[in-house]
Design a protein around this ligand. Structure first.
Ligand code: FAD
Length: 472
């Protein structure tokens, strides 16, 4: 690192450059529970696109790596920063620049929290559909950079479906305006889509034009169905999908997750051994659809309760939203995020059970059952993930691939999943994606070593030292 980088940053940005122990320590980790080996150089609290540009110009000229950070709620270790790196925080850039009910769009800065934005939009009868369970604590910029999903995805889509345009500062400080404000737009390559889910490797998102929806009318209905076994619950959710019903939310929790959350929230313990589906219907036909779904679930062997009380409904969903906190309370977690075709969910649960038996471990699992996205959790009592757990995770990922699925449905690759990326993409695509990153950032300033870390076949096959090492 060029020793003048910090001095130049201080000269240009004054007290927005933070080197306090507490800030540097916080930037060493995210909500994955993993931390870097040493603290970064400084945290820059950008307050405007100009601050971001200035930081990147200095970083570029001094060859100093930069890790972009939103709220640090990521679960893949993507925002974890280490020795010699500048952390560029967009958390203070939280202005809403425009809300246009007529065009169903809003223009925002990246640091606004997802739930904070929705509270403002609701005053206009609008909402932004992406709703990660972390919506109260994660930023819109982070949601875009991870391509976040959430509870409502099966019906209302993911971040990718809800962004029209992004303003992006490149690694050398140039500002690009990607995308469009119109509903349609196919001019040139779709670089907005490329930025969504790019995990801070292509540039810094300093503004976003979001695609909104009008608030859904009517009172939602919430259904809870319990099943004697995991596979029965998985079959129940598959039956709901096959029935043609379109619930807004369909979440699965196995008995261990359910018990852990009840303990965390100090609720009476759930019935031993049962797996649970929590389902919500919305819109004017919510009640009719809820009755239909309840019948499907009963036919599938579920014990069903149904409420149209929104407060009670929120309480029931709070149990699902508290899952990550409940797992984190049990130990060091490795949260997997595999996604499979919905019809393959029962088979994926069989694979999880097989891996539990083979490795003599428990893998408490929740799933966004409406879209086939599972979060199996590996929990250990050591600060590091031991090798046999990585092996079990490896088997889990391979099982998802065999079933036509993918390594990550919504959390991203970050530092924790990069060892598997090439295997899913294939060598040619992995290299092509690396080359694309180089076009955006030829000097390798942004988050080097994240996502495209060296991988086994590359070392064995070519002895290549082509992939950058993370600084963390
Ligand atoms: C309790 C809990 C529940 C969660 N539930 C969900 C869920 O349901 N669905 C889901 O998808 N995720 C979930 N997550 C994960 C996490 O909240 C999301 O990945 C979220 O989108 C991260 O946002 P953030 O602002 O915290 O970003 P960070 O963690 O700070 O950063 C994440 C990535 O985005 C990049 N980034 C951040 N801001 C910018 C920017 N302005 N420009 C460029 N790159 C940027 C970072 O470099 C990093 O690569 C959950 C996490 C927790 C703790």
């Amino acid at each position: 690192m060029d020793p003048t980088a910090l001095n130049r940053l201080r000269g240009a940005l004054g007290d927005r450059v933070d080197t306090t122990h507490v800030s540097l320590e916080a930037a060493r980790g995210d909500r994955s529970g993993h931390t870097s080996a040493a603290p970064p150089l400084a945290v820059v609290h950008a307050e405007s696109p100009a601050d971001v540009q200035e930081t990147l110009r200095i970083a570029h000229e001094t060859g100093t790596p930069v890790v972009v950070r939103g709220a640090g709620t990521g679960l893949a270790g993507a925002a974890i920063a280490g020795a010699g790196e500048i952390v560029l925080s967009t958390l203070r850039m939280r202005r809403v620049l425009e809300i246009r009910p007529d065009d169903l769009l809003a223009v925002v800065e990246p640091g606004i929290l997802n739930a904070e934005l929705d509270a403002l939009l609701s005053e206009h009868g609008l909402w932004w559909p992406p709703d990660p369970a972390s919506r109260d604590i994660s930023t819109v910029g982070g949601n875009i950079a991870t391509g976040a999903g959430g509870l409502l995805c099966a019906k209302y889509g993911v971040v990718r479906d809800a962004v029209l345009a992004v303003d992006l500062v490149l690694a050398d400080g140039r500002l690009l305006h990607l995308g469009h404000r119109s509903v349609k737009g196919v001019t040139g390559l779709d670089l907005t889509s490329l930025v969504i889910g790019s995990e801070g490797r292509l540039g810094v998102i300093v503004g976003a034009t979001l695609k909104l929806r009008r608030l859904v009318p009517g009172t939602p209905c919430t259904i809870v169905a319990t099943f004697p076994a995991v596979r029965d619950a998985a079959r129940g959710s598959a039956a709901v999908t096959a029935s043609g019903a379109e619930p807004s939310i369909m979440e699965f929790m196995d008995a261990r997750c359910l018990a852990a959350v009840h303990a965390l929230l100090e609720l009476p313990p759930p019935r031993a051994g049962v797996a649970q589906l929590t389902i919500q219907t919305d819109g004017r036909s919510a009640a009719v659809e809820a009755d239909q779904i309840a019948a499907v679930l009963r036919d599938a062997g579920g014990t069903v309760t149904l409420t149209d009380d929104p407060v009670q409904g929120e309480e029931l969903l709070r149990i699902r939203r508290s899952m990550h906190a409940a797992m984190a309370a049990l130990g060091t977690t490795l949260i997997e995020d595999v996604s499979v075709p919905r019809s393959a969910m029962p088979a994926m649960f069989d694979e999880i059970a097989r891996i539990e038996r083979d490795y003599g471990i428990e893998i408490p699992t929740v799933a966004h059952a409406g879209d086939g996205n599972l979060h199996p959790n590996f929990i250990v009592q050591t600060p590091e993930i031991p090798e046999h757990i990585w092996k079990a995770a490896d088997e889990l990922f391979r099982a998802a691939l065999r079933l036509g699925g993918t390594l990550t449905g919504e959390h991203g690759i970050g530092t924790l999943k990069s060892r598997w990326l090439a295997e899913e993409l294939g060598e040619d695509q992995w290299q092509l994606q690396r080359d694309i990153v180089r076009v955006f950032d030829p000097a390798g300033i942004l988050a080097p070593g994240r996502v495209y870390a060296p991988h086994a076949s590359q070392h064995h096959a070519t002895g290549s030292n082509d992939a950058e090492e993370p600084h963390a």
